[in-house]
Design a protein around this ligand. Structure first.
Ligand code: ADP
Ligand code: MG
Length: 797
């Protein structure tokens, strides 16, 4: 058992704007516990805090300042936890902090660079690397990904995600067994045999989460995500299995309402926006106070799921993410205060070991066989399963004569054969039932007599019989258990089979955003894992395909709009950059592959040459009658050193290629995700335009439809103006191109009369049919509005 308090770490996010000096300082004296001091600027300190304190100091295990990279975070925080999970203990790492402070960045990673990989991908990589190294145990890894939103649990890896919206999926619910263990119903566990498979599951879950998110349900800031790695291990031949779980938790934003009260005073009783976090805090408070007997775990889903992580059987680590800018100081202080309480909680982690019933059955079967052998040795005869007809007849005759025999001393002699004994009993029972005349004590007195007469043999015999009976019972119980297990597995298989069938059904040509890398990725996978790669990639592309909404079905006009939208979208730079990097990596991989092949054939040649040389020397020795020299000659020495050199080169290149493969996979997943996001935002924007079209159609109809769609920077300018009055933030995010004209500020702040006159209708009231007539109307409308604005712009110039 390992007793440990929850470890707390702090990570400070680099500021968006220029660093504001003197807001905090970190004291990391090697001898003392590191501390973070938050210094309030004078103007804030006066009104902001009742007692006019000017600085707050908080202790942490370690504090990572702005320049700490993802590798450092992984090495210092996650690696030790992953290590104890590999040893069989449960582990949890959770990130806590306000929205935008870097929780997702820390737990999952950034969406742009490979080097921004967060704790989850790095931990997966580390765990699979370690599993590969350790051949002394047999390991199995499963992944689950749970999202908790509004106190409801959703399975982010539910295959039905593709077809249904979040609300239609079965909710994940909590079941508690009599031992108070928590079980999650409807949360699927997916086996992952490689790092690649596990990563695909992570991205699948993230994409599902992103797709389910709408402006109304800001899932990423209001929901909690729990990515769990379930690891089991056993030594070959042993019936004991170890189970360990690693939860990697990205909590909802910890911001509270009523940040500051009247007069700018910080309200200590400020409430969380998120109810689950409120309950989490209650549990933390209860745990950190001594002598509290009741801990309110059951109040919320999250505290129930994380019950072991909080004050239970788990090694837990918290990362307080801080965005230390002036406007965030109160939230940052709250985060640090929360961490101080968490640090008081003591956990007790134990090894979770369990006996596997299948292995026990095997052991018992072996024992039975041994007992049977022993029995055969005692009785001197080998038994078959059942008695023959002749034997049965013989027995019945014996019973009849036994029953008819008036001599009280008479005995029914069947020998030490359980089958015969059982048959006699059965037969007697039958006779008894049939005739209803035989007295009970007859049989018992007879058997008593038997006991007395052959005490030694019978004693031994009874012992063996009892053991056999006991084992039979045990086996029956275990076989029943197994049957249940098997039934469950079959149901799961059946379900999976159905999914696969559906999936096969939906395998229309994959969606492409003009990406040449899709074809290449297939070729890169190594041969043995190809089948798996295809199935996962297939699943992924089918997901993308479905989610993105089948571009093939888009009307031409909508496709045109999408192309422009894509070009102007802020993310397109990232996508292009990543495409560029991918191309580079691909050509590097290709070149490496070629060099590897060269090296391989060179190695072959060198080996061949050495063998040839040997043969020559032997032949020379025979023809000249000389002994073959034992030591290799100079020429051979040279060949050998060349061979070694080539082998080294081969190995280095191979390792590099393997790393490249992982990086390429990761980049591809990042791009897939970015594409889904782009498409989703396009749909929102499109719906907006559709709304405006319906509201404005009379005005538009009177305008000149034939104006071409301007694709210059002016057109971007106008579109950004068009959208500048909209209430939806998304719309603004989508078209971020700055207006190059000096009048732009004025333009955007004073809306056009056209815009003002538009009453807004909810987006949902416009059915988006993909109807090409409607679509071309929208395009025409957008173009028309642009030309109006262009005229206005020119006029004001
Ligand atoms: P949260 O999940 O807490 O709401 P995010 O992880 O989404 O916050 O971070 C908000 C933004 O800040 C993201 O664009 C992210 O890439 C960036 N970010 C966060 N932490 C860091 C960091 N340590 N270094 C660089 N960028 C960061
Ligand atoms: Mg987040």
């Amino acid at each position: 058992m390992v007793k440990q308090t929850i470890q707390i770490f702090a990570r400070v996010k680099p500021p968006v704007r220029k660093h504001q000096q003197g807001i905090y300082s970190i004291d990391e004296d090697e001898k003392l516990i590191p501390s973070l001091e938050i210094i309030l600027p004078r103007d804030l300190a006066d009104g902001f805090v009742n007692n006019k304190r000017e600085s707050y100091k908080f202790k942490f295990q370690r504090i990572f300042d702005q320049d700490a990279n993802q590798e450092t975070i992984f090495e210092n925080i996650a690696k030790p936890v992953a290590g104890s999970v590999l040893a069989g203990y449960n582990g949890t790492i959770f990130a806590y902090g306000q929205t935008g402070s870097g929780k997702t960045f820390t737990i999952t990673g950034g969406a742009e660079r490979y080097s921004d990989r967060g704790i989850i991908p790095r931990t997966l990589s580390y765990i699979f690397e370690q599993l590969q190294k350790d051949s002394s145990k047999i390991y199995t890894t499963h992944i689950s990904y749970l999202e908790i939103y509004n106190e409801c649990g959703y399975d982010l890896l539910d295959p039905r995600h593709e077809a249904s919206s979040l609300e239609d999926l079965p909710k994940v619910t909590i079941l508690e067994d009599p031992d108070q263990n928590i079980h999650l119903k409807n949360l699927t566990l997916h086996q992952a045999t490689t790092e690649e498979e596990a990563l695909n599951l992570l991205f699948l879950g993230d994409t599902n989460r992103m797709i389910a998110e709408t402006p109304m349900n800001q899932a990423s800031t209001r929901s909690h995500c729990i990515f769990t790695i379930h690891l089991s291990s056993k030594e070959p031949g042993s019936a004991t299995v170890r189970h360990a779980k690693l939860h990697l938790v990205d909590l909802a934003g910890s911001e509270r309402v009523a940040k500051t009260g009247v007069g700018g005073h910080l309200l200590t009783e400020a409430k969380y926006i998120n109810l689950s976090l409120h309950y989490l805090e209650q549990v933390i408070i209860a745990l950190s106070e001594k002598h509290r007997s009741h801990i309110p775990y059951r109040n919320s889903m999250m505290t129930s799921v994380l019950r072991d992580s909080l004050g239970g059987n788990c090694m837990t680590t918290m990362i307080a993410t801080l965005s230390l800018e002036k406007r965030n100081l109160d939230e940052s202080i709250s985060t640090c205060r929360f961490a101080q309480r968490v640090a008081l909680i003591k956990n007790e982690a134990v090894l979770n070991e369990e006996i596997d019933p299948r292995l026990v059955i095997k052991r018992l079967q072996k024992e039975i066989q041994e007992l049977k052998d022993e029995l055969a040795m005692v009785t001197g005869e080998q038994r078959t399963e059942a008695l023959t007809e002749a034997e049965l007849l013989q027995l019945e005759k014996l019973i009849t004569s036994f029953l008819e025999d008036q001599d009280p001393e008479s005995r029914l002699e069947v020998g030490a054969d359980m089958r015969k004994v059982h048959h006699c009993f059965h037969h007697l029972k039958k006779l008894l039932n049939d005739k209803k005349i035989l007295e009970n004590n007859t049989v018992s007195s007879e058997s008593k007599d038997q006991d007395c007469q052959e005490p030694l043999k019978e004693e031994e015999y009874r012992k063996l019989r009892d053991i056999l009976k006991q084992r039979d019972n045990e086996i029956n119980i275990l076989v029943n258990m197994l049957k249940k297990e098997k039934k469950k597995a079959q149901e799961a298989l059946h379900l999976a089979g159905m999914d696969r069938r559906e999936f096969r059904h939906s395998q229309s040509p994959p969606f492409r955003l003009g990406n040449p890398e899709e074809g290449q990725r297939m070729r890169l996978s190594s041969a043995p894992s190809q089948a798996q790669d295809f199935s996962i990639l297939g699943k992924r592309s089918s997901l993308l395909h479905k989610k993105i909404g089948m571009r093939e079905e888009m009307s031409l006009g909508r496709q045109e709009a999408f192309e422009i939208f894509k070009r102007d979208h802020a993310d397109s730079v990232t996508i292009d950059d990543n495409k560029q990097i991918l191309k580079q990596r691909f050509s590097e991989a290709k070149a490496l592959g070629e060099s590897i092949n060269e090296a391989r054939s060179k190695i072959g040649h060198l080996k061949e040459e050495i063998t040839q040389r040997h043969i020559q020397q032997v032949a020379l020795g025979i023809s000249e009658n000389m002994a073959v020299p034992l030591m290799p000659d100079q020429q051979e020495e040279k060949l050998r050193s060349q061979l070694e050199e080539e082998k080294r080169r081969y190995k280095t290149m191979f390792t590099r290629l393997k790393a490249l493969k992982v990086e390429i996979e990761h980049l591809q997943l990042l791009m897939d995700k970015a594409k889904v996001k782009l498409q989703k935002e396009f749909e929102v924007w499109w719906a907006e335009e559709a709304t405006n079209l319906q509201v404005n159609s009379p005005a538009v109809n009177s305008l000149d439809h034939t104006k071409p769609f301007l694709q210059t920077s002016d057109s971007q300018h106008e579109r950004s103006q068009l959208l500048s009055n909209k209430s939806d933030v998304n719309a603004r995010k989508i078209l971020p191109s700055p207006c190059p004209s000096p009048h732009s500020q004025k333009q955007s702040s004073t809306s056009t009369p056209l815009e003002d006159s538009i009453p807004k209708r909810p987006v949902s009231s416009i059915p988006l049919t993909g109807d090409s007539q409607t679509d071309s109307d929208i395009i025409a409308f957008i173009k028309a509005r642009q030309s109006i604005l262009q005229k206005q712009c020119l006029g004001s110039n």
